[in-house]
Design a protein around this ligand. Structure first.
Ligand code: SAM
Length: 230
């Protein structure tokens, strides 16, 4: 059984061919092909261990004619391939961002990106904004006490989604800000508590470099959260 997180990620996939970068056990591509959400898939992995788990699962389900497991870092496994959707899930936002940036030349004919950072989604939004990818959907999923963000983007001019405060919207998600459901509330209450904790630690610290700057940054973020929580 696929996790709610990966199930939700899979719901945003379009087209005949999907690449799952950092596939680990290949749960997602196996699910997508089995359920006819795509015809073929590429399962990319940088590490041998997970790649061999991926191959085992693919063989177990007799899907090796439809799912190709490839060893390589990031989007380099897509050289010479033509994919409609790229999924990168279950990694930190900065790592996902560097995979996109280093693999820019593999993105030319890609129709959709489905990205699920475990932390720091703002890095990804900023990169998408700077590289002409438009956010078409965002969703939060809660599973085992974790709250995950899913970011879906397609090629296009992104400016329309962002309105008054770019930095705030990159941080909180322009689509998520339009649909402040209970998961949104929960996530930002948690973040508020974390920031308040960090603030009190900085406040108490005797030697803290750039103390005032850090305090201002935290106050700014706490203010943004306050504006958005009802
Ligand atoms: N995508 C799966 C998911 O969401 O459940 C697996 C997530 S797992 C935590 C992260 C996987 O990404 C690991 O198997 C790791 O080996 C792989 N990985 C890390 N850096 C990578 C890179 N640069 N290119 C390809 N895979 C990478």
């Amino acid at each position: 059984n696929l996790s709610i997180r990966l199930h939700t990620v899979g719901g945003y996939v379009i087209g005949d061919t999907v690449a799952d970068i950092g596939t680990d056990h290949a749960y997602l591509p196996v699910f997508l092909v089995q359920n006819k959400k795509c015809k073929t898939a590429i399962a990319g992995e940088v590490n041998e261990g997970p790649l061999s788990s991926a191959r085992s699962l693919i063989n177990k389900h007799e899907l090796s004619s439809k799912i190709t497991a490839k060893l390589g870092s990031g989007l380099e496994v897509l050289e010479g391939e033509n994919v409609d959707t790229i999924v990168i899930a279950g990694m930190g936002g900065p790592l996902i961002t560097s995979i996109l940036d280093e693999g820019k030349q593999q993105l030319v004919n890609v129709k959709r990106l489905v990205l699920q950072p475990n932390v720091a989604a703002n890095h990804i939004r900023k990169w998408l904004f700077q590289h002409q990818w438009s956010l078409i959907a965002e969703e939060m999923v809660e599973e085992d006490e974790h709250i995950y963000e899913i970011i879906v983007a397609e090629p296009g001019k992104p400016s329309a989604m962002y309105s008054d405060n770019l930095e705030k919207e990159l941080w909180m998600g322009p689509c998520l800000l339009k649909n402040k459901n209970s998961t949104f509330q929960k996530k930002w209450i948690r973040e508020e508590l974390k920031l308040e904790h960090v603030r009190s630690q900085i406040q108490q610290a005797k030697k803290e470099t750039n103390k005032e700057e850090k305090m201002n940054e935290i106050s700014k973020r706490l203010q943004w959260i306050k504006e958005e929580l009802s």
